[in-house]
Design a protein around this ligand. Structure first.
Ligand SMILES: Nc1ncnc2c1ncn2[C@@H]1O[C@H](COP(=O)(O)OP(=O)(O)OP(=O)(O)O)[C@@H](O)[C@H]1O
Length: 638
């Protein structure tokens, strides 16, 4: 008899003098022989006569070949082969007779010899015996005196330790019987394979459940320890489990203990926005069973189905309409609103970007404009940055886009995802940086580009404002007419856009595509409500949220930091600015966290920079969860 692998190891350790016992038939003859061969040292040590003979036999190529045949046969037996004929030996005799009659040819002679050979005849004989045998079990006849209404009972014993039983019960609406409502995937009941949804409960630990409320049955179960015995009437149509696993990203937050309609809160699986779940059972249209990637070994939990969550979300959104203005309001604008009379000796900026014509640009100002000591970096212009947060139109469009995102979220509370790893010959994924104004996005983006300007690049934005004498079309901006700009917007070719001082600014898909087509990594910053527009199969954006560090840390680290406003090139951060940055970050995370692939806390700049570089490399070279639509179809929408 064979022992389990664990027992075998123990046996190896404890004593090599004992012969292992075979208890598991499934392990097969080959396993037995392998085990015996493993124990050969034991034979030698005991000096048993004939041991060397056995050793030679075990290692002979004949026996090895026989083992292979045996293993193949085992496989065939599992598939229930049907013999073509059951009289192969008789047929071979007939063929031999015929061969005697045909004119002698070397081939006919050879075939006759093969058929005549003792081994071959023995093989055919064995074949016929197997082919003629009926392997189906013969069941005893049913007794004639079974009462008409007799119900078959199944007795199930489960040993309960600390883990829950993994089954829920309910009262049948019509019959009033206590039924097994569902079996939780991976739980004790599921692993036993003895209880099924739909089984009628008759007794628990010898106590009849007739007339009891489900809560009373649960109480009996809760009080029971060790082995629990269930007497059940098995369900006649056992549910067939043939679902493919799907993985989803959660687009909403869920807490079972706050959900009044969950059938069993303890069996619920709480989740935050943006978590990846493995959906293991979708048989119930209202309640699915899911597992978190981080807790793969544990049993599944109940989560509301797509349909149910959509309903819940709709109720939620109706009761709490989304108001982007409350947190899209600029830090700086609100500061200026409160304090018109700012007495800071920073340089005052009169006109849109006029300052860059001045000979007296400080290094800081140049950097803000996108100038480095060696090269020009597109996409850092002040107006472009300010239009994002200042322009009324921008806020309106933000509202529209955001409403769309909310609508999308309503449409799909779970987003099906698949594991995707970019092939080296594929275009790079777009890197999107998101964060509250002033957190350091431009600083990080600039530093990242400077590490390798031939590899990292920003997209060149579009503007409707006229070109300045020192500017170059396609370098600072693509200068286009208002009509062209608007046609790009209506054609959904703008990832983001806004208005600043009467001019339109925005970044187009084509500008991003140009960078990607050159084999480079495109880095751009977006307002969170515009992420949805970038989430396409073509761009496959990897979204990094830049989060501010704690207020106290920022008060220290941002002492020399400067922000740009529409009035000042750079002013120092005030405590209120930092506070507002923190509040804004929290709101962004709550509202849009499900879209963030990575979060980087910008505390120490060099560290945040290193993290950003590593995140960008991960995005391009390591497998990531992405929406299934990006991979499975040519559908452009995200
Ligand atoms: N970790 C940090 N430690 C100290 N200073 C920082 C840090 N990160 C950024 N800064 C500084 O904070 C200021 C604002 O950063 P930056 O202009 O990059 O913000 P931003 O997020 O791009 O804001 P906006 O979107 O409003 O332009 C800059 O002076 C920058 O050098």
């Amino acid at each position: 008899f064979l022992r389990s692998e664990k027992e075998e190891k123990l046996l190896d350790k404890k004593s090599k003098m004992e012969l292992p016992a075979v208890t598991n038939q499934e392990n097969g003859l080959s396993q037995i022989l392998k085990l015996v061969m493993k124990q050969q040292s034991l034979f030698y040590s005991r000096d048993v006569s004939g041991v060397s003979l056995l050793y030679d036999l075990l290692h002979s190529p004949w026996l090895q070949a026989l083992l292979k045949v045996y293993e193949c046969l085992q496989e065939y037996i599992k598939k229930k082969p049907i013999p073509v004929l059951s009289q192969a030996q008789a047929l071979s005799c007939e063929v031999m007779d015929l061969l005697q009659e045909v004119p002698q040819s070397p081939e006919a002679q050879e075939l006759r010899q093969v058929l005549k050979a003792k081994h071959f005849q023995a093989l055919l004989n064995a074949h016929d015996i197997v082919a003629q045998k009926d392997f189906e079990p013969v069941l005893p006849p049913l007794p004639d005196d079974i009462p008409e209404n007799e119900e078959a009972l199944r007795i199930v014993c489960l040993v309960k330790n600390k883990q829950p039983l993994g089954a829920t019960i309910k009262r049948h609406e019509i019959t009033g019987d206590i039924m097994v409502a569902r079996i939780i995937h991976g739980g004790l009941a599921d692993k036993s394979g003895l209880l099924y949804a739909g089984d009628k409960l008759v007794e628990v630990n010898g106590i009849s459940v007739e007339g009891l409320e489900p809560e009373q049955v649960i109480h009996i179960l809760a009080m029971s320890h060790g082995t629990i015995m269930f007497k059940v009437v098995p369900v006649s149509d056992r549910p067939i489990y043939n679902q493919t696993m799907v993985y989803v990203r959660t687009m909403a937050k869920y807490c079972p203990w706050q959900d009044p309609i969950i059938p069993c809160a303890d069996a619920g699986l709480p989740f935050q926005k943006g978590e990846i779940l493995q959906i293991v059972d979708r048989n119930d249209s209202l309640w699915w069973q899911a597992r978190k990637l981080s807790d793969f070994g544990t049993c599944a939990g109940l989560v509301p189905s797509n349909h149910l969550l959509k309903r819940k979300q709709r109720e939620f959104w109706w009761s709490q309409p989304f108001q982007p203005q409350t947190y899209l309001k600029s830090t700086i604008l609100s500061t200026l609103d409160e304090e018109d009379d700012i007495k800071i000796d920073e340089k005052c900026v009169e006109e849109d970007e006029e300052i860059f014509e001045s000979e007296e640009l400080s290094e800081d100002e140049k950097e803000f404009a996108g100038y480095d000591h060696r090269f020009f970096i597109a996409g850092f212009r002040r107006s472009m940055r300010l239009c994002r947060r200042k322009s009324y139109t921008s806020q309106q469009s933000a509202y529209i886009l955001c409403s769309n995102s909310c609508y999308n979220a309503l449409g799909a509370p779970y987003e099906e995802v698949v594991r995707y790893q970019r092939h080296p010959s594929d275009k790079h994924r777009l890197i999107v940086l998101v964060g509250p104004s002033g957190v350091g996005i431009n600083e990080l983006r600039r530093r990242l580009i400077e590490t390798n300007p031939n590899y990292f690049q920003s997209a060149v934005p579009h503007t409707t404002r006229s070109k300045k004498s020192y500017e170059e079309d396609g370098r600072e901006y693509h200068y286009v007419s208002k009509e062209t700009f608007e046609s790009l917007v209506y054609g959904h070719r703008m990832l983001e856009y806004g208005e600043y001082k009467g001019n339109l600014y925005g970044t187009s898909v084509d500008a991003v595509r140009k960078v990607l087509d050159e084999g480079k990594v495109c880095i751009m910053d977006l307002e969170p409500q515009n992420i949805q527009a970038a989430r396409t199969h073509e761009l496959k954006p990897y979204v990094i949220f830049i989060k501010p560090s704690s207020l106290n840390r920022m008060k220290q680290s941002r002492k020399n930091a400067r922000i740009i406003t529409d009035y000042y090139v750079n002013i120092k951060f005030k405590d209120e600015d930092l506070q507002e940055m923190e509040d804004l970050a929290k709101k962004m995370e709550t509202q849009f966290g499900q879209f963030f692939d990575q979060v980087i806390v910008n505390d120490s700049l060099p560290e945040a920079c290193a993290q950003l570089l590593s995140a960008v490399q991960q995005a391009q070279n390591e497998p990531q969860w992405v929406p299934a639509t990006w991979i499975c179809s040519d559908n452009e929408s995200g």
